[in-house]
Design a binder for this molecule. Structure first.
Ligand code: UFG
Length: 326
């Protein structure tokens, strides 16, 4: 079962599963509040909310669900600061109810979509999984709360979990059929590409006075298909070893906002006007993952390890789905 399988990372994981397991063995549950029905390229789609017991009973009754990948959550950091209760209700409430139904039906494994936001302002770079978790926004705090809940559900009910702490998910499916579509869009790469395309006049760069080589924030971008593959590897490991775990997922390389804009200029051949604005509240200067643990245990080998490849796929999707000016 893929919960939240109509969202950005969920839909790419469904796409990655297709061809690896029979279509009939994939169940997608999504309330389509932020997900897109047309992004679900296969499997059996159930439209409903994970907090709705009647809905969950139907999904679990009609399918023999052995394992779950859970993406269902709100994920706008800014919004999580103005509407924290909405974030707790959905992000904690949905997974809580999911675990309740897993326990009842005997489903034994879950891969959970966590985030680098659990670390907050890091004390060291690259960030290890053992680094202190001190979230600076309520989005990260809800994800950390679920990580805690998973630990105790394992102790009491033997439900094994893998929490995957994503750094900056980016890029789009190679086919160009699915990609990153948020409304409103707040993420850097789609915003830069919308500017390249003339849908936006200019890109606002949030601060150039950070303690980084060019003054702009540094992030670790990982391709969404590589993220998807890591979820499948995590399931496989849990099946083989019956062990829970927590992993960072990034590429272990940092790129500044300026560097991202320049790579986008190279790939698109467009000018991309920018303006320097004030810092965005709560943005750490540098977030780069240590990926050693995931590489060792999950055999992570990025297919799209370079920023150029990541941007190429994002631009391909953009050109495929939006009206691109010439
Ligand atoms: N940025 C700009 N201008 C924009 C948008 C973003 O300069 O218009 C900058 C941000 O300040 C940041 C970088 O580009 O330095 C990346 O910003 P994103 O919003 O794309 O991503 P974040 O690093 O803020 O957030 C990501 C995920 C979150 C997750 C967080 C973990 O999207 O879900 O990493 O810290 F919580």
């Amino acid at each position: 079962m893929i919960a939240g399988g109509a969202g950005y990372i969920g839909s790419h994981t469904v796409a990655e599963l297709l061809g690896k397991v029979p279509d009939g063995e994939i169940v997608v549950a999504d309330n389509l509040e932020t997900g897109h029905k047309e992004a679900v390229l296969g499997g059996k789609l159930y439209v409903g909310d994970l907090r709705d017991d009647e809905f969950m009973e139907r999904v679990f009754r009609e399918n023999d669900i052995e394992e779950v990948i859970d993406f269902a959550a709100y994920s706008l950091v800014g919004e999580s600061m103005t509407a924290p209760l909405k974030y707790y209700a959905n992000n904690v409430g949905a997974t809580l109810n999911l675990l309740k139904h897993m326990e009842k039906s005997g489903a034994k494994r879950i891969v959970f979509s966590s985030t680098a936001a659990v670390y907050g302002e890091p004390e060291q770079t690259p960030i290890l999984e053992s680094s202190p978790c001190v979230p600076t926004n309520s989005y990260g705090q809800t994800k950390l709360a679920v990580e805690g809940m998973l630990k105790w559900a394992d102790v009491a009910h033997g439900i094994k979990y893998t929490s995957l702490r994503y750094f900056n998910a980016a890029g789009a499916h190679e086919s160009g059929k699915i990609g990153e579509v948020h409304n409103p869009e707040t993420h850097l790469i789609p915003l830069v590409l919308q500017t390249a395309n003339g849908q936006r006049e200019k890109l606002s760069i949030f601060g150039n006075d950070y303690p980084t080589p060019d003054g702009t924030c540094v992030r670790d971008y990982i391709h969404v298909t590589d993220l998807a593959a890591a979820h499948i590897a995590a399931l496989k490991r849990m099946r083989e070893r019956d062990e829970s775990g927590v992993y960072n997922l990034g590429n272990g390389k940092g790129f500044s906002v300026d560097e991202v804009v320049n790579v986008c200029r190279d790939i698109t051949g467009r000018e991309i006007p920018t303006e320097i604005c004030g810092r965005r509240q709560g943005d750490p200067a540098v977030l780069v993952a240590s990926c050693e643990k995931a590489t060792r245990d999950l055999g992570l080998e990025p297919r799209f390890g370079s920023l150029e490849k990541i941007v190429e796929t994002a631009w391909n999707f953009h050109v495929n789905t939006q009206e691109v000016s010439v």
